[in-house]
Design a protein around this ligand. Sequence first.
Ligand SMILES: [Ca+2]
Ligand SMILES: [Ca+2]
Ligand SMILES: [Ca+2]
Ligand SMILES: [Ca+2]
Length: 355
Amino acid sequence: MKIFGKIMWALSAFAIFAGAAAAQSGGNFAITKSVIAGGGGTSTGGAFEVNATLGQPLAGGPSAGGNFSLTAGFWSADINRTPFDFDGDRKTDVSIFRPSDGSWWYVRSADSTFRVFSFGLATDSLQPGDWTGDGKTDIAIWRPSTGFWFVQRSEDNTFFSFPFGASTDVPVSGDYDGDGKTDAAVFRPSTATWFISNSGGSGTSIVSFGAASDKPLTADFDGDGKTDIAVFRPSDGSWWYLRSSDGTFRVYRFGVGTDKPVPGDWTGDGKADIAVWRPTTGEWFVQRSEDGSFFSFPFGANGDVPAPGDYDGDGKTDAAVYRGGTWFVSRSTAGTLITNFGAPGDRPVPNAFVP
Ligand SMILES: [Ca+2]
Ligand SMILES: [Ca+2]
Ligand SMILES: [Ca+2]
Ligand SMILES: [Ca+2]
């Protein structure tokens, strides 16, 4: 819509000029070309051309001429990639899944009111994401027994479902094609194969990557707006990922087998950083994507459930743990938040993608 506004502005500017010249028959101005790129990701932009002629009323004599001001704006989709953001304010929402009755509970960070929905079973895998592309996280699950996905639309709380994957697969939903909508995807350990159902219309991707004992991960390590295929190998603490931007892969050693992989954009540069939480000590270790150096800090204790997200919405991942109904969130800009939400036995939703 923004680009449309720009075009309209330009049209009206020319209309005024053409109007002033109308008594002298003036000229016609037309914007003959406009390009709007779609589909997400990086766009190279479009070519705009103004095809117009100005007439001189009398032969000879100086003309003061006119001033042309052409404002070129470039619009790109502003995709909300904040994880676990049910109300769409770009802050992760404190949220839990209650296995005993399949209910989802979340606190809207925008107004601190909460919502409850019944959706799924205790044995389902939590796969929340922005499946519909409206900037709000949708409640979603994958059911191993049938390979069916179920998504509740944030727009109107209706749901849709479809089959993708087999019972022995590991669900790994993410936005692999970068169109702002979550894509269904599974990792098949037996053959170390990824199957990705791209929402943007490019069909199903089938990629061999990793090994049977790897833990599949999803994060955008190269920062191109597309989820990268990635694994953590517990046997040697190695990280392997396939850069969606150029198809090359990277390998790093970071952490030990018992660590919990918690990749995220901890430094705020738009690229996911390799990171782990160590249950035995409660320490977080982050390898900066900028230069490969790392930092660490303690937050939480053994027995806690890690639930990182961007709770203050500054674009940097925040450390967080859930302890039987109590949340401890180390916000990168807003200090530590301690709040009660949930009960023992509940699972924090921001833990959904921590293998
Ligand atoms: Ca929110
Ligand atoms: Ca997608
Ligand atoms: Ca990527
Ligand atoms: Ca943050």
